[in-house]
Write a protein that binds this ligand. Structure first.
Ligand SMILES: Nc1nc2c(c(=O)[nH]1)N[C@H]1C(S)=C(S)[C@@H](COP(=O)(O)O)O[C@H]1N2
Ligand SMILES: [Mo]
Length: 264
């Protein structure tokens, strides 16, 4: 399981319990349903009808179908063009440390590595020092947890797009980008899948600073992803591998019933 630092108070994990996960999924799916604008057919009778449908993964199939439609509508192109709102830095505070899956014992910045791989190429190993020299970005944005809380945070780091472009990573020889990235912690206990449009978004950072200080351990030091077009679950802490691929990657919370895109 996770490896919490014993000197810190225990952090309640996201619902590992299947029932809670299912309840949350229900809530999310219902919201997706409304977004899908098919709610007009609702009312009590409509809801009864939905509840009585056969289920796919615990979700009645009509909702599942709308969920899929939402994923198609909002999953890709939508994420690239729009900037998340920025806030005055004075509003920033420490977010609730949430989720310790994949917290490694050794997070020494001097020895930390980020390995980036893609098909038909040898993986490349970077040290944090390789982030130096890329333009630094500081932004004050809202971290939104899918559990319902959010917090304005000032993040500092390097744009993932800048890093990848400068290093010549993520593109095929012809120049087009691989459609997906799989990101994980050193032990692969936490892993997320990201679509390329979201990865290249200007507010998607390889982040090493929080609220003007080095990123604290419980928040993912020495390196995490900050991705404003996604819910907190995609903002992977203790980031150590990035793999480009053609297939949609496995995703820790998607496997537990959340929307794979979890877009905002
Ligand atoms: N490696 C890892 N990254 C993770 C998690 C986790 O459990 N393990 N939890 C996620 C969730 S659900 C949220 S809301 C954010 C919370 O970030 P914070 O702990 O810095 O507030 O981290 C995300 N990144
Ligand atoms: Mo979260």
């Amino acid at each position: 399981m996770s490896t919490p630092n014993p000197s810190l108070p225990p952090v309640p994990p996201e619902p590992a319990d299947k029932d809670i996960a299912r309840q949350q999924m229900w809530r999310m799916t219902r919201r997706g349903f409304v977004r899908g604008a098919v709610a007009a057919s609702g009312g009590g009778l409509g809801w009864w009808w939905l509840q009585s449908r056969s289920t796919d993964n615990g979700i009645p199939w009509p909702l599942r179908a709308i969920h899929r439609l939402n994923e198609r509508l909002w999953g890709g192109a939508y994420s690239q063009g729009r900037l998340a709102p920025e806030f005055p830095p004075a509003m920033a505070a420490e977010p609730k440390p949430n989720g310790v899956y994949g917290w490694p014992d050794d997070t020494d910045p001097a020895t930390w590595t980020l390995t980036v791989s893609q098909p038909e190429a040898v993986g490349r190993v970077f040290r944090l020092a390789h982030l130096v020299g890329h333009p630094r970005v500081e932004m004050t944005t809202e971290l939104k947890c899918i559990e319902g809380w959010s917090q304005v945070v000032t993040w500092g780091g390097v744009r993932l797009a800048d890093f990848l472009t400068a290093q010549g990573l993520g593109q095929r020889p012809g120049g087009d980008w691989y459609p997906y990235l799989s990101l994980s912690t050193p032990d692969s206990k936490y892993y997320v899948g990201i679509d390329i449009a979201s990865a290249l978004h200007p507010q998607t950072l390889l982040c090493d600073r929080m609220n003007g200080e080095p990123l604290p351990g419980k928040h993912g030091a020495p390196l995490r992803l900050v991705i404003t077009v996604k819910y907190g679950i995609k903002n992977i802490k203790w980031l150590s591998t990035i793999r480009f691929q053609d297939e949609r990657p496995a995703d820790y919370w998607a496997e537990r019933g959340y929307d794979w895109y979890s877009g905002l």
